[in-house]
Write a protein that binds this ligand. Structure first.
Ligand code: F6P
Length: 522
């Protein structure tokens, strides 16, 4: 692998010069007026997704320099290293192979790629585990006595399956209810326990490490509740989804589905962590979800950089973050079932790229991950879109819209599409009112992702697209997008504070925590 940090490439300086000369004052309305072919030049088809990037503050010269930046920083070499199973997660000395989870069986894989870095043997294990997990999912689907599936997990062991089960609600098997318990706040588990019965519930304990305090606490409480209600058949009512099968066995769970340390938590919905989704939409649906993602993998792996959608999105992210200085990105899915999509993307982007040192540990002289936030439209329009249109900060927006809905209620979808198009239009065009309260400055950038429908395959492609665009910006920034050391300190301190809450000991504690602790104990 041969990579160079973005700021050490000639293109970085050229981009700064381009920004100073034309980028800062770039007006997308003028660009459309000057170039009738702008829509075609700045749109991109990818598997299952059409993307319109033309409302962004980008022109051909900038695009060329960004592509130079990608080449000079070794993006292709880094990408190829990931797809070759090299240990690009250097701080944890691990391969990064979530893409392998959606790769077709070995027979379909290019032999030259399969033979290195144990990729072939990993793929064999992937398909054996997938077959076992999908057989279990089918068994649960046909078991009419099981009506409730409770997933206990947090972070990547919650957000992926929860987001996908909600998103694909139109495909979910009638007669099964899905619950997701993640928070250590007992209110969440208690509320679910009120709704379920021992004999009709399957608990899935989802944790890559099987040590996460929230998940272990909730799992112990669920098991205690199960036994207190007279439940005895743990093998039937509990399954574990984990890389730590030994710990699951020690917990008393014998039904386990494993995965591997080369799957990051936030990249794990494609693994056994996806079991709730597989139960919800069936093995065929789950395979379509994987296939849609694989289509995007192949696009990312093989399309020329200039026609590569994850690359184009990731480069735009760098342009906005490092040259325009935009601090956040709003995600606005115009589909009510994509409720947890913004939260899912928050972990994906911010846990991956929220880093202040490069892969060698040196402090970075430029900004990395933006804040990612959002809500489904049209709801957001009646809440924070005011700020997007007239606030002092420019926030690039990323819309998602579907051509065809799955409901048949007349009128709704046309109105929904009219709204998403109108919002993108309003952000760009603005409306002059000479400095008054009704003035919209316009020239506010947005990207428009268009799917024919929301299906297992298109959702798979959309999520894989997002994974790869995060890879692209992380790669250019020279950071390791696959570790998350930043979550550790809080975990360690919580253990200490828990003891102090019990004992009341405030020795050597900072003044604020000591004061709050005293009030809580009073
Ligand atoms: O604390 C952060 C984190 O490690 C995430 O990266 C991960 O998705 C989550 O916790 C849950 O971890 P686990 O699946 O091991 O319980």
């Amino acid at each position: 692998m041969n990579t160079t940090r973005c700021d050490r490439t000639p293109a970085w300086g050229a981009l700064q010069a381009q920004f100073d000369a034309a980028g800062r004052t770039f007006d997308v309305r003028e660009a459309f007026a000057a170039d009738p072919k702008r829509f075609a030049a700045f749109s991109q088809s990818a598997p299952h997704i059409f993307a319109d990037l033309s409302k962004n503050r980008i022109d051909a010269a900038t695009q060329t320099l960004l592509l130079d930046l990608a080449r000079q920083s070794g993006l292709e070499s880094h990408r190829d290293a990931m797809f070759a199973g090299e240990k690009i997660n250097t701080t944890e000395d691990r391969q990064v192979m979530h893409w392998l989870l959606r790769n077709p069986p070995l027979a379909l894989m290019d032999k030259a790629r399969a033979d290195i870095n144990n990729v072939a043997s990993s793929l064999t294990e992937v398909h054996a585990t997938l077959a076992a997990m999908l057989a279990f999912a089918e068994h649960v689907r046909t078991d009419a006595a099981i009506t409730d599936v409770v997933n206990i997990g947090i972070g990547g062991s919650d957000l992926g399956p929860q987001m996908a089960v909600l998103a694909l609600d139109e495909y979910v098997l009638p007669g099964k209810r899905f619950h997701f318990v993640s928070n250590i706040d007992g209110h969440e588990l208690a509320a679910v326990l009120k709704k379920i019965k021992v004999e009709s519930t399957l608990f899935l304990i989802a944790s890559k490490t099987f040590t996460t305090i929230e998940t272990m606490t909730n799992a112990h409480s669920a098991k205690a509740w199960f036994e207190a209600q007279g439940g005895t058949d743990i093998a039937r009512h509990f399954a574990a989804l984990t890389t730590n099968v030994a710990a699951a066995n020690a917990f008393g769970i014998s039904t386990t589905f494993g995965f591997w340390d080369w799957v990051g938590g936030r990249y794990s919905v494609w693994s056994a962590i996806g079991l709730p989704l597989a139960i919800a939409i069936g093995s065929q649906g789950f395979r379509q979800f994987l296939a849609g993602a694989h289509d995007m993998d192949e696009h990312f792996r093989t399309a020329p950089l200039a026609q590569n959608l994850p690359v184009r999105l990731g480069l735009l992210d760098v342009w906005y973050r490092n040259f325009h200085g935009f601090t956040s990105r709003n995600v606005a899915p115009y589909h009510s079932a994509l409720k947890r999509y913004p939260a899912y993307l928050q972990q994906l982007e911010m846990e991956s790229n929220g880093k202040r040192v490069d892969a060698s540990g040196a402090a970075l002289p430029y900004a990395t991950s933006p804040v990612v936030w959002g809500e489904p439209g049209t709801n957001g329009q009646h809440a924070y879109f005011q700020m997007l249109h007239q606030g002092t900060d420019v926030v690039p927006v990323e819309f998602v819209a579907l051509k065809t809905p799955r409901h048949t209620l007349p009128g709704h979808h046309t109105l929904l599409l009219a709204n998403v198009l109108a919002q993108a239009q309003a952000l760009m065009l603005g409306k002059a009112d000479a400095g008054g309260h009704k003035d919209f400055s316009g020239n506010r950038p947005s990207t428009f992702l268009l799917l024919d429908e929301l299906s297992p395959a298109t959702l798979g492609a959309l999520i894989a697209l997002q994974e790869h665009r995060v890879f692209v910006s992380g790669s250019l920034w020279g950071i390791n997008s696959f570790d998350q050391w930043g979550v550790e300190l809080g975990k360690v301190l919580a253990k200490d504070v828990e003891q102090r809450l019990i004992s009341g000991n405030t020795d050597a504690l900072d003044g604020s925590t000591a004061g709050l602790l005293a009030r809580l104990r009073a």
